[in-house]
Design a protein around this ligand. Structure first.
Ligand code: FAD
Length: 255
């Protein structure tokens, strides 16, 4: 008998559904052997979503680094990235907070129609956490909120800095634990002009160029593009700026 190496793919079952805000759906997903996903070094996963309710999720072939090499021909469905907001590997569950944006898309649609017992696939983990820093600038929109909240909750009590989060309006504010020196501000998109997160962030960037600082930003592609000049002036090793989605008819490009 040969042992098949674990490629990190899991089948997960939806066991609880909650709406912590008007545009956010929290799915509790249960599955076997989640220990490899319980790490602050890699916060994200690839969710493999069925094409329609009740259908089997895609089963990718994964490379040694966990990246998908391909999906079996004829297998319908899609992959989308999400952040593990909470995980209890021993109890066999994790939670993801999915933005219910207006446009149709496999990720938002899976969350919208989710019922207990719905199945999706998951592989990973992937992505990065935040390296050790004394001062942090954390910024993003609601797709980044699960990561920002998880990062903030894991910080030591002496870490200081600023967290800026762009959401639609006051009802989308979702408080999270953070050290007292981290000032959390919410930006309401509905009251603001174009690129409100970038407008608030731009003037702050020059103040976070120190060796003990780290700048972490995630959000919409075009908005983050406007931050390039400001980020170019900061040390490359002390920043992470990742587009999480793109406002376009074609949807978000997949890596
Ligand atoms: C590392 C990483 C971690 C992420 N973590 C999370 C997470 O925890 N929670 C989360 O909700 N998202 C997260 N995202 C973002 C998520 O993967 C994208 O928003 C993705 O496009 C959603 O897929 P979809 O199938 O719903 O829509 P798509 O099929 O990709 O797009 C369909 C349409 O919806 C639009 N659209 C997509 N996302 C949004 C949005 N947020 N707001 C408005 N319009 C949108 C597109 O422009 C397109 O027109 C993460 C992305 C990355 C790269």
């Amino acid at each position: 008998m040969t042992d098949t190496p674990d490629d990190g793919y899991r089948l997960l079952r939806v066991t609880a559904i909650a709406d912590p805000g008007p545009h956010l759906r929290r799915l509790r997903l249960e599955g076997p052997d989640l220990a490899r996903f319980a790490t602050d070094d890699d916060l994200h996963v690839r969710l493999w979503l069925p094409a329609e309710a009740g259908a089997a999720p895609p089963r990718p072939t994964l490379g040694p680094d966990g990246r998908p090499l391909g999906v079996a021909r004829g297998m319908a469905g899609a992959m989308r990235y999400y952040t593990i907001r909470r995980i209890d590997a021993a109890a066999g569950w994790l939670e993801v907070d999915v933005v219910l944006h207006d446009a149709a898309g496999p990720g938002a649609d899976f969350a919208r129609r989710a019922v207990p017992g719905a199945i999706c696939g998951m592989s990973g983990p992937c992505g990065h956490g935040v390296p050790s820093a004394r001062r942090l600038l954390l910024a993003g929109d609601e797709t980044a909120l699960p990561a920002i909240a998880r990062i903030a909750e894991g910080l030591g009590p002496d870490v200081a800095g600023i967290a800026l989060i762009e959401v639609d309006g006051p009802r989308d504010v979702l408080p999270f634990d953070h050290p007292p020196g981290l000032a959390v501000s919410w930006i309401f998109r509905r009251d603001a002009g174009r690129h409100p997160l970038a407008a608030a962030l731009g003037p702050l960037l020059p103040g976070f160029g120190g060796a003990d600082d780290f700048v972490w930003i995630a959000g919409e592609f075009d908005q983050l593009q406007t931050l390039k000049p400001g980020l170019a002036a900061l040390p490359r090793a002390r920043q992470l700026c990742v587009p999480y989605w793109r406002r376009s008819e074609a949807g978000t490009p997949r890596s």
